[in-house]
Design a binder for this molecule. Sequence first.
Ligand code: ADP
Length: 472
Amino acid sequence: MFPRPWRISITLKLLAWCIALLAVTYATSTLLVARTEEAVDGSAQLMRVNHELDVAIVRLVRQLEQMEGHRKTYEYLNGDEIYLEYVIDDLLEFRRLLEETMVSFPWLREDWGPLTEEYAITLKKGGDPVRLLGPGRTVALWLDILERTRLDNQERMQLRLKELRAGARQAAETGRLGLLMAIGIGLGGSLLLAWRLNSSLRELMRGIHDFGRFARTTPVVVKSRDELGELAGAFNRLTARLEREERMRSEFIAMLSHEIRTPLTSIRESVELVADGTLGGVVEEQKQFLDIARHESDRLAALLTRLMKVSSLEAGELEVELRAEDPAALVREALERIAPVARAVSIALVPGILEGLPPVLADAGHVGQVLLNLLGNAIKFSPPGSEVRLDVTAGEGEVVFTVTDQGPGIPEEDREFVFQKYYRGDDAKKSVDGAGLGLSICRIIAEAHGGLIRIESGPGRGSRFLFSLKTA
Ligand code: ADP
């Protein structure tokens, strides 16, 4: 066999699935960590800027308050020069602080425009800053602007914090989604993998089961290119070979049966001629041996007939002519034909109630054969003096024939084999006659009718064979 073009082993499938799972988990956690770091860094930065600006504003406000204090003292002391010096120093210090703050926070330059302008005017005029910085005017205005800046800063921080919170929420959401995806991939992947492996295994089991039961099977179909696919291919090749060999064996047996039948017929006829005295008188002792020879050749002929029948049935030559038949009539005829055999071994044949049954679709000759085989086995395996029942019940769209005996029953482990060709139970091999063909003929006939044949039995509890036919 040529190797398949490519093959994905089960291990490789498991590996690919694991890698996919790890990739999603890794991507999710990396994203989550990155977003969290971003949020933490952002808030730390925000806090720092906000704090520094607050401190700067407090210093500016204090400077203004100090200047106000000096100005008031200057007024109170009616123009003490030293306090005027203080006021001017305070103003210069205020300017320095202002510049420093605006360098650190450049965006304030625009907001603080009026503040610097006012300040410039104040110094440019060169006049009495105390007069120019009259209460309720410049200083109040400056304090106002500083307070507004502080409030703006708070507001901006709140806004930014809100944004960071939203970002963190989104990161958490992404994390949750990633986690769900990982769980989904994990669960979905496991289920898919398990389902595919299971369906391949189920299909293989079907093939093995069919082959074990019927010694033939339709090829198993496993499309996966893994070990199970290869196993299915090997199984199909094996069953095809076994089926071919089985066919050859059947053909050989059929041919041999044919070949033996002709000389057997000659032997039988010759024995009959001698036994009948056509060729001269025979003494009683000779007659006894001739009877044995006749009996044995009859047995051999019956065995050959069965062998040929099973071969022809297997070759698909069973053509059933389905007609609406009365199940009661089929049962009565079978019981009538088997009655002498039962009588010979003191077995009572008990038919169930045979009234009110719907007609069934059956080929009377073949169905009669099934009933005879089942009844024949029941009689064969039952102890003398016991009872064999043949019940008929009407089910939904079918009629079920049940043959029950009080024989040894069939052990659980043998039940799946009894419908196979040539199968004979261990006890049967030792004690009763047979070639293991009767039940396999029954199965082929039952299947050709679209019906079922099955067994209910336990060792020591007797056997019960059920055979169903569709109603007409
Ligand atoms: P045979 O012609 O040898 O009886 P069958 O195909 O009819 O072959 O039966 C196959 C085997 O099934 C028998 O050898 C026997 O072991 C078992 N079997 C069939 N019918 C019965 C029964 N009524 N009670 C117990 N065993 C049975």
